[in-house]
Design a protein around this ligand. Structure first.
Ligand SMILES: [Zn+2]
Length: 472
């Protein structure tokens, strides 16, 4: 049996991990798109590094595009197997894939890149989806079964556990996908899972401790009050449409329940956010106990006085010119794309306005430049002077920190784990997490390179030239 890594290998995007049985059957874990790697991104998305027609099943951990975004391309290239995921993942993936196809079509002139797939390819892919429940054991064939467990990262998100029978022996592989933080404001925490021999573990924040002391709701209120009430300016919050936007709406709804929400207009300028909020609202089973309790007194925890969704592009243009104090939540979270860029360009020149980032921004992103104190940035091909205040809500993250990752695998006996593979992280972070896990007696720990292949169940060479490695 072989395990190979075709994305999210020493980087945080493009998750695709392939298990190949000796009989040729293949299980693909996620089929994510590479995002935000500059000029390299498009070419990385063109070549899978494996044959789509040879893949027997695709198991999808969650809807985020860096885990789901190349599914229509896989189908376009001949994949005809089943795609298994939870109901919430299917619902969110559907809107994200249609959005992705539309964006690629819309920007093909500007980017000079042919779309990787069309709306028709998305429709064909959706035909192959099969919904399963958490903890349900799904028999894929005589040799392969799978189970999904909660990871508390996004509504519907799951870790995937495979049991494979080969040559009279049973092998277990657990893939964490993305692991949420322990105290997510909306979601249940990650569940424990049965003992595995091989662990594929994400490592996004494998060297960090989240600031759990900072009180997001008070920081958010402080910026609304300072910007909109005192300075009569606009507060722009770049936020990803799926997950982060709903967390911010939930915080604003909390402020209203506590009678502390300033009387203002709160705009969500993203049609995708509107659709995603509707889907997330339906999947209340994934909500944590606290939110379940809130639902008993407030039937819609994402709606409050003053909230308006902006759907049409014309209305978004009008909102850019709107002069009244207000809060605008718009995508993308790193300000590299989407409508939020127009709001930033318009508001950046005044000290009365604030741009409040709500999550991780890579150092190369526009958000990263602004947060590092840039006084001038380039937007739409022109220089933009920055006078607005730039701030960040540090306490919101969909990914757990190093303690959360260690807690996630606490249910595992290190002596029974034959190898750990770290994925979905920058290499320096992965090395720090590897050192910590080895102190917990996990051994060996591999940090796979892009397209690297390991042979499981026996000690032998990988197919990477000039290097010897054992996967145990
Ligand atoms: Zn994710």
């Amino acid at each position: 049996m072989k395990l190979s890594f075709h994305g999210a290998a020493q980087t945080v995007t493009g998750s695709k991990h392939l298990v190949t049985l000796n009989n040729g059957q293949q299980v693909l874990l996620d089929c994510g798109m590479f995002q935000g790697l500059g000029a390299k991104t498009y070419s990385l998305n063109q070549q899978f590094g494996f044959n789509a027609t040879a893949v027997s099943w695709l198991l999808l951990s969650h809807a985020h595009i860096d885990h789901s975004g190349l599914i229509p391309k896989l189908v376009k290239e001949g994949f005809r197997g089943r795609i298994l995921c939870t109901q919430a993942t299917k619902d969110l993936t559907e809107i994200l894939l249609f959005d992705s196809a539309q964006i690629q079509e819309h920007f093909k002139e500007e980017t000079k890149n042919d779309p990787l797939y069309s709306l028709e390819d998305v429709r064909n892919a959706l035909e192959l989806f099969q919904v399963i429940s958490y903890e349900e054991i799904v028999i894929l064939s005589d040799d392969v079964s799978a189970m999904f467990t909660q990871t508390g990262h996004l509504v519907g998100s799951a870790a995937i556990h495979l049991t494979i029978r080969e040559d009279g022996k049973e092998t277990t592989i657990s893939y964490s996908a993305d692991v949420g933080r322990a105290r997510h404001p909306l979601l249940q925490p990650a569940a424990s899972f049965p003992q595995a021999e091989y662990l594929i573990l994400e490592s996004t924040y494998g060297d960090k401790h989240h600031d759990i002391q900072s009180n997001n709701i008070d920081i958010l209120l402080k910026w609304i009050t300072k910007t909109c009430m005192h300075k009569k300016g606009k507060l722009i919050i770049p936020a990803f449409s799926v997950g982060r936007t709903q967390e911010i709406l939930f915080l604003l709804n909390q402020l209203e329940l506590e009678k502390r929400l300033p009387d203002l207009s709160y705009f969500v300028d993203s049609p995708l956010s509107m659709q995603a909020t509707e889907v997330i609202k339906k999947h209340t089973n994934d909500f944590n106990d606290r939110l379940q309790g809130i639902l008993k007194i407030d039937d819609d925890p994402f709606v409050f006085k003053g909230l308006k969704y902006v759907e049409h592009a014309d209305d978004s243009v009008r909102l850019v010119d709107y002069k009244e104090p207000c809060v605008i939540i718009s995508a993308s979270g790193t300000a590299d794309a989407g409508r939020v860029r127009h709001h930033i360009r318009e508001t950046a020149g005044s000290r009365n306005n604030t741009i409040l980032f709500s999550g991780y921004c890579g150092s190369e992103s526009l958000g990263g430049h602004l947060l590092s104190g840039a006084k001038q940035v380039e937007m739409f091909g022109e220089p933009v002077e920055i006078f607005a205040e730039i701030a960040q809500l540090n306490g919101l993250s969909a990914h757990g920190d190093c303690d959360d990752l260690c807690n996630f695998i606490n249910c595992q006996d290190p002596g029974s784990v034959r190898s750990v593979f770290l994925v979905h992280g920058e290499k320096k972070v992965q090395e720090a997490l590897a050192a910590r896990l080895s102190r917990k007696d996990f051994y060996p720990i591999h940090i796979p390179a892009h397209h690297e292949e390991f042979i499981l169940n026996r000690a032998m060479m990988t197919e990477r030239p000039n290097e010897l490695k054992e996967a145990g």
